[in-house]
Design a protein around this ligand. Structure first.
Ligand code: TXA
Ligand code: MG
Length: 349
């Protein structure tokens, strides 16, 4: 298949191109598109054949459910058995935006889209290209992140091309995404609601609207003895090819520990890399040294993390150390992804 890659300017969205993309979806094809979080790989959410194609293109197990993207609040009731009060309040506060809600699905949503589950994940993204495209596509776009299974979610169209060229009909290139980590997922089918994946809509913000919210026990630990409730979170996503270790502690102890590890790696002829910050960049000696930005700017860390993980793969780095980014708010999303990338390998110093 020949994949058509088109550049779209979000300030002046080309209606003819969006119309073409929408037509591809309505005819059962696949189109990758930018959202504010990461690029998505879209298909018609109400067409079981389209969802099957998404799994094939991604190389993803088909028990891993897809998120259904909508552009208007009026389109939500058709997807769910009943719109919960909690969903109305959360939508008023955070939609359009980086929040996905799990609800009981309606008959209209095929099991192929929900990985066999009786629930459906729904999100209304805020990216103008995403919203225009979803409307042109008929209103219901199923979209996982537009990476091949096991690779970090793409934050620029080039990474989508890298992973999916020749496998899908079209890629809408809208430039760099704004946030860089996937949406927060909250399960509204249980009481109190549970966060299945942390993101830019934080635990504190959700609690502000819902009163009470819990966190899935598996988000920051792999020894909870439980399976994650979001099926996708059980797979070792985002894992770089090199061996990644997170080092946590006071900055001088962390840099000392990492430098000792790097020296050892060099002795064993390993290609080494460090995920550092602007503040610590100068203290490391590694083959590939990358800063995710200022330690105090967690949004910059979130935006840069997946790009850096891909760059380490491209550079053939075998031994990777990362500093730790602990804290509340968006730091929880960063640490959750980093821990998954490291297979939960973290050292306290
Ligand atoms: O920011 C995002 O959410 C991006 C953009 C494209 O919108 N999408 C995204 O999709 O990250 P994906 O497929 O890579 O991640 C969806 C996650 C998976 O972990 C999946 O298991 C979970 O959502 N999920 C989907 N439906 C679910 C359901 N009914 N119950 C529990 N978890 C569900
Ligand atoms: Mg994904």
């Amino acid at each position: 298949m020949n994949t058509k890659v088109v550049r779209i300017d979000e300030q002046h969205i080309d209606e003819a191109l969006i119309g073409e993309a929408g037509r591809i979806i309505r005819e059962g094809g696949l189109v990758a598109f930018p959202t504010e979080t990461v690029y998505g790989l879209g298909g018609d959410a109400l067409n079981p054949a389209s969802s099957k194609k998404i799994y094939e293109a991604k190389g993803r197990p088909s028990d891993n459910p897809l998120i259904v993207h909508i552009a208007r609040m009026e389109d939500l009731p058709a997807l769910v058995r009943k719109v919960p009060e909690t969903a109305k309040r959360l939508a008023a506060a955070f939609w359009p935006g980086p929040l996905t809600m799990i609800m009981e699905k309606s008959e209209a949503v095929p099991r192929e889209t929900t990985g066999g589950l009786a629930t459906v994940a729904v999100r209304m993204p805020s990216h103008p290209i995403a919203l225009t495209f979803i409307e042109a596509a008929g209103g219901y776009v199923a979209a996982p992140s537009a990476n091949r299974s096991g690779r970090p979610s793409p934050t620029v169209a080039d990474y989508v091309v890298e992973d999916l060229d020749g496998r899908i009909e079209m890629i809408l290139d809208g430039g760099d995404v704004e946030l860089g980590l996937e949406s927060t997922i909250v399960d509204l089918t249980v009481e109190p609601p549970v966060i299945l994946r942390p993101g830019f809509v934080t635990e504190e913000e959700l609690a502000g609207v819902l009163g009470q919210v819990e966190q899935d026990a598996t988000l920051f630990s792999d020894d909870s003895g439980q399976a994650p409730k979001a099926p996708g979170m059980k797979y070792r996503h985002y894992a770089p090819k090199g061996e990644l270790t997170i080092v946590r502690g006071a900055v001088p102890a962390v840099t000392d520990y990492i430098n000792a590890g790097l020296a050892e790696g060099r002795k064993n002829n390993k290609r080494t890399g460090v995920i550092a910050t602007d503040e610590t960049m100068g203290t490391y000696r590694a083959d590939v040294l990358r800063s995710v930005g200022k330690r105090t700017d967690v949004n910059a860390v979130a935006r840069g993390l997946y790009r850096i993980l891909r760059e380490f793969d491209d550079e053939g780095v075998e031994l990777i150390y990362s500093e730790s980014f602990d804290g509340n708010g968006v730091s929880q999303a960063v640490m959750n992804r980093l821990l998954k990338a490291a297979g939960h390998k973290m050292i306290d110093v």
